[in-house]
Design a protein around this ligand. Structure first.
Ligand code: NAD
Ligand code: UD1
Length: 338
């Protein structure tokens, strides 16, 4: 298939382009580079041995999107474009709602105008809020969401569901990602956060490389085996492969389909720290800090549905996630700008 990858220079998209190419699909990457740089796509080109067609554009730009769809015959879109920092979204709600909602409205309009009715959307486990069941299945009701970023994911899921209901020619796949970490095993592409990382793995690897003094572990009094928060970490290459599998659902005219993409295993913060130290032979100094507002104790999924319907399941474990995160970090201490 020929795929438009919106937000194509970002962390998950760059890994997904590698998997799409491996599976024989062609892509055009579209990004305004608000949270990424073109170097990631140059690195992808190195991995796949061919140029990645790139259009620098804002997905909110209706004229640019119309011309993108006129100039290319796409079979489907994978929509990664959005702002994603939870804390920042609390401080800048208007910017988050405006960017994430409008980009999607403009994209869907351009798709409809040009007869492209197949979309995979990057959603998040955040839509489950404090989940009503563990492990979380796709039938778990959505929960109370505590930040504007999460609201945009939940609202956009609803927009896409309503659109699909109004016109059954649409195939809409909502992928609810759990906690993507790690990097491509080549060490050429990986996660390159701006400023101080909010998420656990980039904080661990920047601490191990000496950019940060110590990791703060946000709470050790949760109702979990060691008291620290438990999450379903998934290797970004497994997550990327999940998008290729989701295209199979589209090929079968799935209508609306929702999948959890996780491993089904929960690891605590200290499990991840210990695995990182063991696998990589490095120290990660840490100290216990108060709980972070909005955090929950435990979040991991039941990934059976994606296996049954798409034949997809995660291949990599926590060791590979830690190994590849460190390989990327030590080869690129300053990320793509290094
Ligand atoms: P990322 O920031 O690396 O990638 C998003 C890309 O979208 C960036 O390259 C950014 O420049 C681009 N972008 C943002 N607004 C745009 C606009 N208006 N026009 C064009 N490009 C725009 O983030 P990521 O971690 O790769 O996440 C990809 C998607 O997956 C996001 O929608 C995110 O919310 C979602 N998601 C991520 C995680 C995670 O842990 N990383 C978890 C769940 C869901
Ligand atoms: C966070 C977001 C979530 C988003 C996801 C992926 C919040 C409340 N939730 O999920 O909406 O979909 O990222 O981008 O921000 N931790 C530490 N020290 C740190 C960083 C994290 O102890 O410096 C702990 C956290 O308390 C948590 C675990 O590590 O228990 C994972 O945190 P993180 O990587 O931020 O992911 P989530 O909170 O699961």
């Amino acid at each position: 298939m020929n795929i438009a990858v919106l937000g194509g220079a970002g962390y998950i998209a760059s890994h997904t382009i590698v998997e799409l190419d491996k599976a024989g699909h062609s892509v055009v990457a579209v990004d305004n580079l608000v949270n990424s740089c073109e170097e990631s796509l140059r690195r992808v080109s190195k991995i796949i041995g061919k140029e990645v067609p790139f259009v620098r554009a804002d997905v909110r730009d209706a004229v640019a999107m119309e011309s993108l769809f006129k100039q290319n015959k796409f079979d489907a879109c994978i929509h990664f474009a959005g702002l994603k920092a939870v804390g920042e979204s609390v401080e800048k709600p208007l910017e988050y709602y405006e960017n994430n909602m409008n980009a999607t409205f403009v994209l869907l309009n351009a798709m409809r105008n040009n007869g492209v009715k197949n979309i995979i959307f990057s959603s998040s486990a955040t839509v489950y809020g404090n989940p009503a069941e563990i492990p979380i299945t796709e039938n778990c009701p959505k929960g109370a969401i505590t930040n504007p970023y999460g609201q945009t994911k939940s609202m956009l899921e609803q927009v896409l569901m309503d659109l699909q209901k109004s016109d059954p020619e649409w195939n809409v796949v909502l992928l609810r990602y759990f906690n993507p970490i790690g990097a491509h095993p080549s060490g050429l592409i990986g996660e390159d956060p701006n400023g101080i990382p909010n998420n656990l793995m980039p904080y661990i690897s920047q601490t191990a490389v000496g950019i940060r003094k110590e990791l703060g572990v946000f709470g050790n009094d949760y109702d979990t085996p060691d008291g620290t928060g438990v999450r379903d970490y998934i290797h970004v290459c497994d997550l990327a492969a999940g998008h290729v599998s989701a295209l199979k659902a589209i090929e079968r005219n799935c209508g609306l389909a929702i999948y959890n993409l996780g491993t089904g295993h929960g690891y605590s913060v200290l499990d991840v720290v210990n695995a990182f130290e063991r696998v990589n032979g490095v120290k990660v100094p840490y100290s216990i800090k108060p709980r972070r507002a909005g955090d929950i104790a435990t979040c991991y999924c039941n990934p059976e549905k994606a296996y049954k319907e798409l034949g997809w399941k995660a291949q990599f474990g926590i060791e590979e996630m830690c190994r590849d995160a460190w390989n990327w970090q030590k080869n690129n201490p300053k990320g793509y700008r290094g």
